[in-house]
Design a protein around this ligand. Structure first.
Ligand SMILES: Nc1ncnc2c1ncn2[C@@H]1O[C@H](COP(=O)(O)OP(=O)(O)OP(=O)(O)O)[C@@H](O)[C@H]1O
Length: 271
């Protein structure tokens, strides 16, 4: 089967600085893949290369077998939503208007939104729990509210593939879980998600596979519990963590910085 998205021997430089080297990546419909790794490892750079925002110096990214650079922009934009880190600045437009921008790849130029557009916006607002903010100016939202609105805009485009860079950063625990549950629902509905995460429990619980980056290379990739081993948490993240299962699902709680102290009471968690 052709992968939805794939990359091989990918190398990316920013300025003169080599940032990614020899990275292989593949994603099938129905999967959620987490990009994890320490600060500066290259997660955002990989996501931007997958989104076609950065041009690799070696290798190529293919969407349904076609090099992304060769695809007409409209074709790509109607299939792939890229949610960058942070989100940038906005005019004081109402939330609903901003979320409707996510429908642009599906609309005729200058046309009015149709029922299907309104419905997709309603669904996206509900999925991210921001319906009550629909008429508020985007500039008057809290950071976490704005992050959810930006995710809603990406979801409104009903993409086949969502590339999301730290979509839960700045969200409270309830909304982190809500967003992750929604990403999982997308992949369960046959879409695909690539998500950058620093929260290793969310990564382990909600992703089918993880790609662990370190210094611009893939240090490990595979099922979460095969990737987030005590040895790798130690060598890549330089932390010791409490690993366990709760209700059959894995959790990973970073506990000690490596070399901090020798706390032999740390044990495998239970649940
Ligand atoms: N415009 C740039 N020019 C040169 N180097 C850059 C540029 N942007 C990022 N880098 C470097 O590329 C490397 C990877 O950055 P990237 O943002 O991909 O890391 P990351 O894994 O997403 O990090 P974080 O967890 O901190 O968001 C870092 O060493 C960073 O300093």
């Amino acid at each position: 089967m052709t992968a939805l998205l794939e990359a091989s021997s990918l190398a990316v430089s920013l300025g003169r600085r080599p940032v990614l080297d020899d990275v292989a990546f593949t994603l099938a419909p129905g999967e959620t893949v987490g990009l994890v790794g320490p600060n500066g490892a290259g997660k955002t750079t990989l996501l931007r290369a997958l989104a076609g925002v950065l041009k690799p110096v070696r290798g190529e990214v293919r969407l349904e077998g076609q090099p992304v650079g060769s695809l007409p922009h409209g074709h790509f934009a109607a299939r792939v939503a890229y949610l960058p880190q942070g989100g940038g600045s906005y005019w004081a437009v109402p939330v609903r208007t901003l979320v409707m921008l996510g429908r642009l790849p599906h609309r005729e130029r200058w046309s009015k939104p149709e029922t299907a557009d309104e419905r997709a916006v309603d669904t996206a607002l509900a999925a991210t729990g921001v319906e009550h903010l629909a008429e508020r100016p985007v500039t008057e939202l809290s950071g976490g509210e704005r992050a959810r609105v930006l995710l809603a805009r990406a979801l409104a485009g009903e993409p086949q593939l969502l590339l999301a860079d730290e979509p839960v950063s700045g969200l409270d625990p309830y909304h982190r879980l809500e967003v992750m549950e929604h990403l999982r629902a997308l992949s369960q509905a046959g879409k695909a998600v690539v998500v950058v995460l620093h929260d290793l429990t969310l990564a382990a619980r909600f992703c089918d596979r993880l790609v662990l980056l370190a210094d611009g290379k893939v240090a490990a990739s595979g099922p979460p519990e095969e990737v987030l081993t005590p040895q790798r948490l130690d060598s890549v993240y330089r932390v010791r963590a409490v690993l366990g299962r709760q209700g059959g699902e894995p959790f990973v709680v970073p506990w000690d910085r490596l070399g901090d102290k020798d706390d032999s009471s740390l044990a495998e968690g239970t649940g």
